[in-house]
Design a protein around this ligand. Sequence first.
Ligand SMILES: Nc1ncnc2c1ncn2[C@@H]1O[C@H](COP(=O)(O)OP(=O)(O)OP(=O)(O)O)[C@@H](O)[C@H]1O
Ligand SMILES: [Mg+2]
Length: 480
Amino acid sequence: MQTEHTVLLVSADAELLDGAAAALGGDPDYRLILCRSEQEAATRLDALQAHLVVCDADLIADEASNVLVGARISHPHVARVLVGAPDAAEKCAAIARRAASYLYVIKPVPTDLIRLLAKRALELSELSRRHRVLSRELKISMDDDIFAEHEEFSVKGGRSQFEKLVYVSAKMAELCVEAKQAAATELPVLIQGETGTGKELLARAIHFNSKRMNSPMHVQNCGGMSDDTLHSELFGHLRGAFTGAVADRLGLFRAADGGTVFLDEISEISPSFQVSLLRFLQEGEVKPLGSDRLYHADVRVIAASNRPLDKLVERGEFRRDLYYRLKGFELHIPALRERPEDVPALTEFFIEKYAGVVGRRVVGVTKDALAKLQAYDYPGNVRELETEIRRMVAVAEQGGYISARHLSLAFERVPLHKPEAMPFATSGASLKEMVESLEKQAVAASLQRHHWNQSRAADELGLSRVGLANKIRRYGLNDA
Ligand SMILES: Nc1ncnc2c1ncn2[C@@H]1O[C@H](COP(=O)(O)OP(=O)(O)OP(=O)(O)O)[C@@H](O)[C@H]1O
Ligand SMILES: [Mg+2]
């Protein structure tokens, strides 16, 4: 769904930044992201789908270890270009060699040249991408005889990507359309989904597709934090506001002025902090601890929760007014088991990613291994699949396939055909008996899905924990 190319320009040189903005800024084929430090560039490379990095040698302190050299290993498919001052030719040559950059250019760089450079570097990276795909297909077709007993799997470029989110399922495609619509507005966004479904990845994608993309996005995890700590993290404090406050702290809301704050595990904030946050969302005003002054912060809030907030609202555990404020857009990322079509594409994506990291060539995954990966129910969602693939890549043979014998125990044990659902009593039973039979199955299935995590099952079923415990006892369910 993304047609434009993303160019990261890493520089603190106003002339170069202005020149690039003039060359690419208004061009719909490009999205220009400005980074003023190597650190910022590294963070952004991890967060968004970049195609080209142009780095100013003036910002680079270490010829051997810097953002371009790092990108060669961590993001080998992103084209790399170096720009340097006329007296830095030697330094540029050394960095360009280590980073295997496409070329280096001496300043000043005219606008036309910037445009041409971007075009050529991107063409080259597209050509090398096609070369990789073709080589892989060739290798797979040549190996057909050797691997006659397996049918290997390849998505062959059929996957879609929204920044770093990879998918093929219609459910995710729909979600990404909604997320893009959300990104174009200024409304708060609430992202819900089980652990490991990609909530933070989606939040970053929204930020980098909003008009705030050139301002920071800060992340705050709200789980397991006292009110005072959370207050000072977000709203800041003055020196001496409480014991241990040895220096002033700006707070994330002010630090992210013009940008986005991502509040993770929002369900965990206390009732009194819910009031402070509601006030901030209504007024946009920040009062640091220990201060009488009010500051204004223009921040977009994206919140995430892996517990369904509507159920918490119904149970009186989360303020309804805050819930409505947070869900300007409400996005729900489906669990991986609800979209098994994504498993092959993600598997392929993670194989490429981790094979690149450890410098190992892995051709693909065998059909029986993939069938097991697809049949698994993923309580840890995409994170769990990613960890599994990462481990499998590390133990696979150089130039070989990932096969079922590389799977860890949990995956190996997966029955390939899910057992038939328990039939519930329909005939010869009273309505009460039928309802109870259905209820027993629903409770058992939810507990099984959540690996007997009773809080999660209770959340899913809309029961209190005590209510769930009563049903477990009543129906004699156990974790067998
Ligand atoms: N669709 C996807 N494509 C590629 N990688 C994904 C996708 N979804 C999740 N991941 C990867 O899975 C891991 C977990 O993602 P993320 O941290 O965004 O999940 P989360 O929903 O915030 O989890 P938690 O609730 O535990 O905080 C990350 O390494 C992320 O890169
Ligand atoms: Mg998260």
